[in-house]
Design a protein around this ligand. Structure first.
Ligand code: SAH
Ligand code: DHB
Ligand code: MG
Length: 246
């Protein structure tokens, strides 16, 4: 992605929070995020421990922010989700937010390529008391999705796409196969510091994947969609939110 000094903010780097703080253009993102969480979020030792354990294990700090996690959780609760599918587990931070939002008796399946990351997530999810609700499937998300489709898995209420970005179009297609009218699909990282509109980023496979996703979603009659830009401790990025209408 493009990253000229002083003009853009590296949303993807392990130092996104530090970078955001350094950038004079955006001095308030993190302060406001901290204000929002201090005002509206209760203390949350399980999530704090998940972040600490993920950092200690050397995982990159690319989980969703606290406000983004809360947003995902609220969406799942508004929609009364009983079945949630997540692509890209990392240390299980977003998984914990989403699993907590499940209706009684609900279940979450989360897909992660890296076994070491899945192990960190498993410990974090267990510490949060959610082990019985969460099924971590280790392997390539596309293979796992194909298995879910082949197994005739019932539609999911909420699907959070947050794995590798170049294959978002494939994940979106699979997500539609695993959806029904009323399902909600959320896609993370669909702004990437604005690189999505930067012609210089044309050869970046991740940005290319995001753009192809916009084209597909825009042409897909079965969804109503928009994208929300987000700023904060994870830099400048965004969520696409899609409702399956048919
Ligand atoms: N949802 C997490 C962050 C996920 S980061 C949170 O917000 O807390 C993206 C994750 O996708 C990484 O852990 C990475 O290992 C995983 N990933 C990358 N390629 C993948 C693939 N092909 N299949 C499954 N997971 C993949
Ligand atoms: C990356 C992945 C993410 O899901 C994210 O939110 C930020 C960065 C990455 O692979 O760099
Ligand atoms: Mg992400």
């Amino acid at each position: 992605m493009s990253n000229e000094p002083g003009s853009t903010l590296p949303a993807t780097t392990p130092t996104a929070r530090e970078a955001a703080t350094r950038h004079a253009e955006y001095p308030r993102w993190i302060e406001v995020e901290d204000y929002v969480t201090a005002s509206l979020h209760a203390d949350d030792p399980a999530l704090d421990e998940a972040v600490a354990a993920s950092d200690a294990a050397g995982l990159p700090p690319i989980a969703v922010s606290p406000t983004q996690g809360r947003f995902l959780s609220l969406l799942a609760r508004i929609q009364k989700s009983r079945r949630i599918l997540e692509l890209g587990t990392l240390g299980g931070y977003s998984t914990i937010w989403l699993a907590r939002a499940l209706e009684p008796g609900g279940r979450l399946i989360t897909l992660e390529l890296d076994p070491a990351r899945a192990a960190v997530a498993s410990a974090n999810i267990a510490r949060a008391g959610l082990a019985d609700l969460v099924d971590i499937r280790v392997g390539d998300a596309l293979s796992s999705l194909q298995q879910l489709v082949a197994a005739g898995e019932a539609p999911f209420d909420l699907i959070f796409i947050d794995a590798d970005k170049q294959r978002i179009p494939d994940y979106f297609t699979a997500a539609l196969s695993l959806s029904a009218r009323g399902s909600v699909i959320v896609v993370d990282n669909i702004v990437r510091d604005g690189a999505v509109i930067d012609s210089k980023a044309a050869s970046d496979p991740a940005i290319d994947g995001i753009r192809r996703f916009y084209e597909m979603a825009g042409a897909e009659p079965r969804v109503d969609a928009t994208a929300l830009q987000t700023v904060g401790s994870k830099g400048y990025d965004g969520f696409a939110v899609l409702l399956v209408t048919g």
